[in-house]
Design a protein around this ligand. Structure first.
Ligand code: GAL
Length: 471
């Protein structure tokens, strides 16, 4: 890798080196210089009026979104981004992850919209003005309407179309952005859209889901290549090297009955399907499923091998897996009886972040960026501790040698939570949707203080372990 002062590559090399030998002052961990502190958002969830997208159409059908909410104006971040980025700066942040919207940038097949490109350049300039390293996501669950009509990620032509869009984005934004996230949560996307039917296109079909997985992997590999190709040309002009990742949702899975062989096997299967299969495809170049009773998949992903420079992990929770013969692929996903839960009923399990960071570093050997971590907490009573405990877990992993480059909290603002609509509150700033007023939560101050101190006490490692009491 070429190391240039000021580039993310430098941060990668530096943080990797420092974190593996970071000094511990008693029970305190000091974060390395260059560590990225930020928040994450996604275009459709915050911008408002994303009316040329498949999600916009999906929301119009009664029953698709809780309380029949529509994303509507959302946070009006499309117009308020400058003030919002100043709020991010007020947290002491030095990074911001956001998505550019494919439906805006390519509103008709093959016609790219330079006015929308200028808009996102303005967002990138505002990031720079506020001292925020931008991390640009290309696909965060939404498709242009025209592409959805052609079959979206089910269509064999979509990977190449995605690469063309990525090349356009690299050409327009590459001088302002070093860090590219091609896909957000591919496995969540295909699970929600093609296995559970709660995201567009609302299908329940395993074979189609597997095709979508393959096409997403192909699309990622082609997009990564397009970004790198553009970058090589700009390197000749002295630009900083691009770093490519995805934001991969990873969960911790433990057997619901720790003694039960069938739960143990089911847990391994779910862990492979959810956490590993896609990552293997885009790091080792092969998408492989050989699960008895299910379609066999064994395909090479061209350009998939080594297509990640770093690995972005979105971490929220863990599930206890209890084998269910009626749904053997997914099994039942439970939580310990005494678990603390978020408003969405997800177990609060900070130790899971430690376990994932250590395990994923061991398995894949890539520097890691925590691209999302957060909590739905409308009463603002749990967010501060959630944040602190997850940062402690991350710091413990860093102390144990995992090169973590940064942490991005989901989210800067309350926003449109997909099929759940607006009720879940994930923001470090809460939003009054009637007035578009932003107000800091208590956790905003906690985050600001930890970032300002540059260190954290390590707390204690509590592996609550899989209890045999699960519900
Ligand atoms: C992730 C997703 C985000 C956000 C978050 C909170 O799965 O990338 O868009 O919705 O979960 O649920």
């Amino acid at each position: 890798m070429i190391v240039r002062p000021g580039s993310l590559t430098l941060a990668v090399a530096f943080v990797a080196a420092v974190s593996s030998c970071a000094a511990l002052a008693g029970e305190t961990y000091a974060f390395p210089a260059g560590f990225l502190w930020g928040t994450a958002t996604a275009a459709h969830q915050v911008e408002g009026n994303n009316s040329n997208s498949d999600w916009w159409d999906w929301e119009q059908v009664p029953g698709h979104i809780k309380h029949n909410d529509h994303s509507g104006l959302a946070d009006d971040h499309y117009h308020l981004f400058a003030a919002d980025l100043a709020l991010a700066r007020d947290l002491g942040n030095n990074a911001y992850r956001f998505s550019v919207e494919w439906a805006r940038l390519e509103p008709e097949e093959g016609r790219f919209d330079e006015r929308e490109a200028a808009h996102y350049r303005a967002v990138l300039e505002a990031c720079k003005a506020n001292g925020l390293t931008p991390i640009v996501t290309l696909f965060h669950f939404t498709l242009p309407r025209w592409l959805a009509a052609k079959g979206g990620w089910l269509s064999p032509s979509t990977p190449a179309l995605f690469a063309r869009y990525a090349a356009f984005a690299a050409a327009r934004f590459g001088d302002l952005a070093d860090l590219w996230c091609t896909l957000n949560e591919p496995v969540v996307y295909l699970g929600a859209g093609y296995l559970k039917g709660v995201f567009p296109p609302g299908i329940l079909d395993l074979r189609q889901a597997l095709i979508v997985m393959e096409n997403l992997a192909r699309g990622h590999a082609l997009a990564a290549k397009a970004i790198k190709e553009h970058d090589r040309k700009s390197l000749a002009k002295n630009g900083p090297p691009a770093v490519v990742t995805i934001a991969h949702h990873m969960r911790v899975f433990d057997p619901a009955r720790s003694w039960h062989p069938i739960d143990i096997v089911a847990t391994r299967v779910v862990d492979y399907i959810f956490n590993k299969a896609f990552l293997d495809a885009i790091t080792r170049g092969r998408l492989y499923f050989n699960i008895p009773g299910f379609p066999r998949v064994d395909v090479v992903i061209p350009g998939g091998k080594h297509s990640l420079d770093i690995l972005g992990i979105n971490y929220y929770s863990r599930d206890l897996i209890k084998f269910n013969p009626r749904s053997p692929l997914l099994s039942d996903q439970l939580h310990p009886r005494d678990a603390q839960l978020t408003d969405l009923g997800w177990e609060i399990y900070p130790e899971g972040l430690y376990r994932l960071l250590v395990g994923t570093w061991k398995d894949y050997g890539l520097p890691i960026l925590v691209t999302e971590n957060g909590i739905a907490d409308g009463s603002d009573s749990k967010r501060s501790e959630f944040l602190r405990q997850h940062l402690q877990a991350m710091a413990r992993a860093m102390k144990d040698g995992v090169p973590v480059l940064g942490y991005l909290h989901w989210s800067l603002l309350d926003n449109f939570e997909w099929a759940e609509g607006f009720w879940p509150r994930f923001g470090l700033y809460s939003v009054d949707y009637a007035t578009q007023q932003r107000r800091p939560t208590k956790a905003a101050e906690v985050y600001r203080q930890i970032i300002g101190a540059g260190k954290i006490d390590l707390g204690k490692s509590e592996d609550l372990g899989p209890e045999d009491e699960a519900e």
